[in-house]
Structure formats: structure tokens, C-alpha cells
Design a protein around this ligand. Structure first.
Ligand code: ADP
Ligand code: ZN
Length: 449
């Protein structure tokens, strides 16, 4: 691989911009030129190295030299999660085994895992994306980063680990689980930042409460680096209000790299995508036609600097839009909306399309509601049963039946005003719903399909 991964811009040492972030500000014209150059390289590489990709191109009569502009990307075939399963384990790999540095796998929902081989350059590209996210979040050498994402085949742990290490942070690699010890170490080692799923952080918050640990008073925690699952801005506000930390959003996926493909800046306009490595498109999931910036559709990525498993036009199934406006922070890398929904997660209830995030947003607008809930769907022969179990905060929980009934009605109204349906709301005591050490499953769908 002959392309520089690290900033190629002259860096002014007096600039407040962290050196690792210089590339974030590359002016648009050279950025597009760089992307085209890298796209052409990638297509050629994949055409030579990945027989399935070559065959699909040949079926369409496309050859690498047909890619003359960035818009020509639409000539190329899409790839999907099912391809990674159908050609399990390494049918989409471009690197030889002696070039491979590490595998990552993701289980997804059912069936065979998907496997991604990475060369050392790929790992460095991914680390670069992660470092740029952390630098953008305000982390610096001297920060103590607790990595509570799981380590292993899942990209979360190692992704956050290498990103923090690259930036010069002190890493506390706790992985997920053993929450009691996590809280103790966080306090005793002066942890300033934690990386984990937002749902696991909720569990850490519970445990801190149980131990009488107040984040503001007893810890140095300032930054939460949250991702790997959808979470709403309401959830972000709840976490920030209760702990005093800043909850940053980091996005990534195994197929493209891991955490560090995109992240939010302090302006919170959405997530900047490191598009010098990960080229984004938004498509209409029905027609598969590219949509202009500003329109909501399915996010598609092409890796333009990856050798091990070059992914071309990979359909993420995540729904978002690319912004047309430039972010006030000055970064030129395009911004996408936070991923609040994944097309796979859409529920059809009584004929209405509902995303779990809409329910979360409604629930968390009621201050007495704790950020723990479960959506349960079951069916009788004729009717879907739609229940939401919601935890009440310790302060609001009482045996005053009338007060609880009043709260239940307010929760129902909050949800109903967003989704237009009337679920059965069941208020439950604090601490009774399942917690998670990683990605949480909040929907139990027992309906017969
Ligand atoms: P799996 O597909 O098995 O869950 P991954 O760990 O690779 O495996 O998950 C990637 C997916 O996680 C993304 O496609 C997206 O749906 C979700 N995700 C990752 N980061 C975020 C984030 N910050 N916000 C919302 N969703 C996210
Ligand atoms: Zn910005």
C-alpha cells in the first residue's frame, strides 16, 4: 500500500488542531481528488484480487478503467452482509494469508459469522480513524481511557484500545463485565474517559449508584465514547445529566473497519465521516439509486484504502442522510445524521412502521422514567400484543397506586404522540429489567411470522 495514512498537510505547530486531525480539514477539491485516486486504486485491487467482485463487474460489463469520476462508483455492484455469509469465510478477501495481520468477525443476527481479514495497513487505517475521533472528542495524551467494549472478535475493544494508545492515552483494558470492579478501577486509577456501548454505561451507572459513587464528586470521568448500537439524543441527554460527562458518538462496523469510521464533533451537527478512507453514499433501499446529499436513505460504504477485505458499495442497512451544509467546526469531512435506526430493526406493528428509537425518545421525555425498557411483541390469532415494560426511577417509584397510574398515562401519551399507536405500558421497579455487558437487546418479538 503506497498511500500515506497520516496527514500529508503541513502542520502548524501553534495550531490548536491536534496533529492527527490535520486531514480532517483537507479542502474539498483535493479531498475529492484523493478519493478518486484511492477509489480507482481500490477497484483495480479488488478486480485483480477478489474473483467474486471481478465476476460481478464482468456481468455488468464494467472494468476498473471505467471509473473516471467519483460518480462512476454507481457503475459498480453492491455488496451485502449475505455475500460475506454466502462466501464464508473469506470469499471477499483481497489480501493473501501471509499479508493478513488480524481477523475480526461479527455475529450479526443469525447463521454463520462474517469474517474480515485485515492487513497491518488496514489496522493502521482503522486506528487512524479511531485516533481522529478521540482527538475530535478532546482526548489527549495523559487521558486515562477505560475500554469497556468487549475485546476479541468484536471490533469494539481492540478498536478503542489502539485508537487511545495511538493518541498517547493510558489504557485500562477492562473489556465488558465485572461491573463492580470496573467502577472501582475507574475511581482508583483516575479514569477520564470510557469507551463502551451506551447500554453498558447505563449498567455502570447503576453499579456506581449502588456503591455510592458519584461521578462528579468521586471520579475524574469527563468523556464517554459510545457507539456500536443505536442510541437516541434523549439517551445522550439522560446520561450527561446524571453523570456530568460529555457523551460522544462513535460509529463503525466490522465490515468497513470497526469503531472510528465516523464521530461527532463538539458542534453536534451529526457524525463526521473519515471519507479519505471510507467513501459514503446514500441510496434508496428500494430502487438502489444513489440519493443526493440531504436525503435520507441507506448508508453505503466503499473502503478506499483497504487491502485485506476491500468492501465495495457495502450496504450497511443503517439509515441516515449526508448533510449539505458545512459544519461550523471547519472540518471538510461530510457529516451524517446520527444513526438512530437500522432498517433491520424496523418493527411493523398493527401495520405501522415503528423504530425502537422512536419509543426510546418518547419514554425518556418523561423525567420519572429510568433509561431501561423492553418492548415485547406477541400475537394471538387475530391481534398483535404490544407491550412496553419501563423502569421507574428510584425517586419516583412508590406504592402510591394513583401516582403510578398517573405516571403510566403520561408515559403512554409520550409514546403515543410519537408512534401513533397505543401500547400497553407496564411500569416496573428500578433494577428489574435485563442489563447488558455489550449490545443490548430491547425488543422481544414472539410473534409468529
Ligand atoms: P453486528 O452487525 O454484528 O452488530 P458490528 O459490531 O460490526 O456488528 O456492528 C455495526 C453496526 O452497529 C452498525 O452497522 C450500526 O448499525 C451499529 N452502530 C455502530 N455504531 C453506532 C452508533 N454510534 N450509533 C448507532 N449505531 C451504531
Ligand atoms: Zn464538525
Amino acid at each position: 500500500m503506497s498511500y500515506p495514512i497520516y496527514p500529508t498537510l503541513p502542520h502548524d505547530l501553534n495550531s490548536p488542531i491536534h496533529p492527527v486531525s490535520a486531514m480532517d480539514y483537507l479542502p474539498v477539491a483535493p479531498l475529492r481528488a484523493l478519493q478518486l485516486h484511492r477509489l480507482q486504486w481500490t477497484v483495480k485491487w479488488a478486480y485483480e484480487r477478489v474473483p467474486i467482485f471481478r465476476r460481478r463487474c464482468q456481468e455488468r460489463g464494467v472494468r476498473p478503467e471505467h471509473i473516471q469520476t467519483l460518480a462512476d462508483i454507481k457503475l459498480l455492484p453492491f455488496s451485502k452482509k449475505t455475500d460475506l455469509r454466502d462466501f464464508y469465510p473469506l470469499g471477499l478477501a483481497g489480501g493473501n494469508m501471509d499479508e493478513t495481520a488480524r481477523f475480526h468477525c461479527s455475529s450479526g443476527t443469525t447463521g454463520k459469522p462474517i469474517c474480515i481479514s485485515n492487513t497491518m495497513d488496514d489496522i493502521l487505517v482503522w486506528q487512524n480513524g479511531g485516533m481522529r475521533c478521540l482527538a475530535m472528542f478532546g482526548l489527549r495524551a495523559g487521558d486515562v481511557l477505560q475500554v469497556s467494549y468487549g475485546y476479541g472478535l468484536f471490533t469494539g475493544g481492540l478498536g478503542a484500545h489502539y485508537a487511545g494508545e495511538g493518541l498517547g492515552c493510558a489504557i485500562l483494558p477492562t473489556s465488558g463485565g465485572n461491573t463492580e470492579r470496573q467502577v472501582m478501577l475507574m475511581r482508583d486509577l483516575g479514569v477520564t474517559a470510557i469507551a463502551c456501548t451506551p447500554s453498558y454505561f447505563l449498567r455502570i451507572m447503576d453499579e456506581a449508584r449502588r456503591q455510592g459513587v458519584d461521578f462528579r464528586r468521586d471520579t475524574k470521568l469527563r468523556h464517554g465514547i459510545f457507539g456500536a448500537e443505536p442510541w437516541t439524543t434523549e439517551m445522550r441527554d439522560t446520561i450527561e445529566r446524571e453523570t456530568g460527562i460529555v457523551a460522544h458518538d462513535i460509529y463503525g462496523l466490522t465490515e468497513i473497519a470497526g469503531p472510528g469510521v465516523a464521530g461527532d464533533c463538539s458542534h453536534r451537527t451529526g457524525l463526521h465521516i473519515w471519507e479519505d478512507h471510507f467513501y459514503p453514499e446514500i441510496i434508496d433501499p428500494e430502487t438502489l439509486e444513489p440519493l443526493p446529499d440531504g436525503e435520507v436513505g441507506e448508508l453505503v460504504f466503499t473502503t478506499i484504502t483497504r487491502c485485506g477485505t476491500p468492501m465495495i458499495r457495502y450496504r450497511t442497512r443503517d439509515l441516515t442522510r449526508l448533510h449539505t451544509e458545512v459544519c461550523p467546526c471547519g472540518r471538510t469531512m461530510r457529516v451524517m445524521d446520527r444513526i438512530s435506526a437500522r432498517s433491520d430493526d424496523m418493527l411493523i406493528i398493527h401495520g405501522v412502521n415503528v423504530f425502537p428509537g422512536q419509543i426510546e425518545a418518547g419514554l425518556l421525555r418523561v423525567p420519572e422514567v429510568a433509561p431501561h425498557y423492553q418492548i415485547v411483541l406477541s400475537s394471538t390469532d387475530t391481534l398483535d400484543l404490544f407491550e412496553i415494560k419501563v423502569e421507574v426511577t428510584a425517586e419516583a417509584f412508590s406504592d402510591n397506586i394513583r401516582a403510578l397510574e398517573n405516571l403510566r398515562k403520561r408515559v403512554l401519551d409520550a409514546v403515543k404522540s410519537i408512534i401513533g399507536l397505543t401500547p400497553r405500558i407496564i411500569l416496573v421497579a428500578p433494577g428489574t429489567l435485563p442489563r447488558s455487558d455489550g449490545k443490548i437487546k430491547r425488543v422481544i418479538d414472539n410473534r409468529t411470522k
